[in-house]
Structure formats: structure tokens, C-alpha cells
Design a protein around this ligand. Sequence first.
Ligand code: 5CA
Ligand code: ZN
Length: 407
Amino acid sequence: MRSWSAPDIVPLPGTGGPLRIHDTATGRIRTTTPGSTAGMYACGITPYDAAHLGHAFTYLAFDLVNRVWRDAGHDVNYVQNTTDIDDPLLERAEATGVDWRDLAHREIDVFREDMAALSIIPPTSYVGVVESVDLISELAVRIRETGAAYEIDGDLYFSAEAATRFGQISNLDREEMLELFGQRGGDPQRAEKKDPLDWLLWRAERPGEPSWDSPLGRGRPGWHIECSAIALDRLGPSFDINGGGSDLIFPHHEMGAAETRCATGQANAHNHLHVGMVGLNGEKMSKSLGNLVFVSKLRQQGVDPAVIRLAMLSHHYRSPWEWTDAELPAATERAERWRAATALGSGPDAAPVLAAVRAALAEDLDSPAALAAVDAWATTALAEGGTDAGAPGLVGTTVDTLLGVKL
Ligand code: 5CA
Ligand code: ZN
């Protein structure tokens, strides 16, 4: 499926260092070791509603990874899915009297515009589930052939008992797993299953629901296998970073990794990246709760996308945080200060700013530390001036290329 337009990336002098990133599975910050092309998969939206700031915050983290890797001289093969068929999409389409395909296409279009406005580097492959049904059912067949799956009335389930190293990513005990599985799209209550944690790979056709032909009969894919199949197809069995928001650690990423391991014998990703939840009014911002701040709405209100991006960058990607009315004024003030300082005819030496921003982002994407380095330079430039005529330009390019903020 079509991706979105790419921001201009101006190369910086020199080369950035290797990216170190927190890995959910080990709980450690580890150095990523990509080859000439780094591979990364991020779980995309379920397009039944426009993108809110929580989604944008998640894709911002992956965008920073992308920028740090590129600055270190790697190409990046970045894959993102969009869940353009799933229960919540069908329910919203039904409730609003819209065809589910039209709903998905409409919201994906808004999402693309939001991402482009926020200068998020587009995925190399942006992949829908509907266009991937064949490769998803092929993976389900491969898993069935290993004996790890079983059928109930045409529905194919992965047997949790057959999953090796299950729990390795989330590090949860069984009780915690059961609770989250029930809350996040699982069906622990289905009595015929061998184990309440067994999860759906293929859902047999139900009256009135969309379905596709497959070697497993007519039906549609389960949720987790859509991402394992798309990642396996576009990135191979093992790649550098897999992730999404922290709400996906369990069951989505634990079960997806079990599928890939079952079919290929390999761990799907070297590192598992998870982004803290953005909240509003004391709760996780979520489509089901309806407590949302939409990126598209802010844009319609005339908010500068660079300011939205700066507001998000002031939070570390792993920390959960709350969107409040104070965010936009603070980010606007920062953008104005930076604009004034980079518009000066000269300023203090900018090489240490470039080095500090590079170092901050390479160390687990510490964007608040990167902003602090630019703040310090801007404050000095505005208060005391400086003699380096190239400095304002270099700070502007640093901010643009590494932080994705167009001043
Ligand atoms: N389509 C699935 C993934 S395969 C899905 O979770 N879709 S979503 O629309 O619900 O979320 C899209 C992405 O945004 C996911 O990576 C999710 O983890 C992340 N996300 C959702 N809500 C928030 C939030 N409040 N804060 C931060 N990230 C969020
Ligand atoms: Zn996913």
C-alpha cells in the first residue's frame, strides 16, 4: 500500500555513533549492530479513527531510531503494517453505517497526512492486512505443519503449550498473562480451547463478516499473525528492532514472536522496543475510551506540526506521560527561541551542539537531553551572541536532520 511523502534529510558533517536502545526482553540498554541495512518493524494503526497523540508519539520514537541509524551511515528497511481488517474496525463501520473498507481508507489517508506533517520518515514498506491475506495464511499453514496448532470449528489456534521460550519478551507470570490476554483482544473464556492462553491464527468465516479463501478454508487472519507474517515476508526471520507502544508487549509481541520462532526456529528481532503510553485526564489515550487529542484536529486548528513534534520530543520515549494544556505553549516558546537564535548572523560554536544531540539520541533516544543541548546554545546565542558565522546554520540542520524539526 502507498506510504507517505518523505521529509528532506540533509546530511550532517561527520558520522553519528551506534544506537543503543532499551530492549524489553532483557530490560537492558544494548548496542544495536545492524549491517549496512538496518531492519525495523513497527506495529501500525487500526484505522477506525484518526491518529491521536499517543500513536504519533510511538511513531516518533521509531522515526528517531531511523534518523540515528541513517546518521550512523546505515540504510534502513522500515516496515509498518496497518490493521485494515479487525473487529474494532468492523464494529465502528457498522455503528456509523459506513463500509469498513471506506472507513479504513479514509482514516489511513488522514494518518498519512499527519505523519508527513510531523516529518516522520515513511516506512520503506507500508503494508495492509487485506493485501497480505495470502502470506498470512501461508504462515498459519507452516505453523500448523509443525503440529503447534489445532482447530475448533474451523478456527485455527496456536497452542501456547507448544511455544518455546514463551514469556521471554514480556517476563510476565501466567496469571498476569491471562488477565492481559482477556483485556487485549484474546478469548481466554472459550471453553473448547486446550489452554485459555491459546490464540487465534485464523478465524473461520462468520455470517456477515468479510472473509477470504485460503488453504485453511474461508475466513480472516487472527491479529498477532498479521504482524509476524508481514515482518517475516519483508524483513526475513531475524531483524534489528521490533516494537510499538507498550500496550503491545503482551499478548501481541509475545505471541507474534512465538509464531515466528515456531515457523523459522529463530527469534524475530534482536531488540524489542516499546514506547510509553500517552495519557489524557488520568487514563491511557485510547480509541476505546474516547479521551483523544487528534493530530489532525490540532493541525486544523492551525497548530504548527513542528511545535507538536517539539512537544512530544520533550518527553523520553519510554516514559508514560499526560498531554496537558501546558504542552503547546511551552513548545511554541521553545520553537520561537530556536528560530530567533538560528536566524542570527553568527553564534557560538555549533560543533559541540551537534555532538551533544548525536550522543543524546544514540543513548536510548534521550530527546529531552538533546533539546536541552539546543536550548543551552540558543540561550547563549541570544544573550551573548558569538563569532561563528556557520553556527546558526549548523544548529538548524542538526535540529532538522536529527530531531526532525523544521525551524
Ligand atoms: N494495529 C495494532 C497493532 S498491529 C494497534 O495496536 N493499533 S492501534 O491503532 O491501537 O495503535 C497503533 C500504535 O500506537 C501501536 O503501536 C500502539 O501500541 C500505539 N499506541 C496506542 N495508543 C497509544 C498511547 N496512548 N500512547 C502511545 N502509543 C500508543
Ligand atoms: Zn502489530
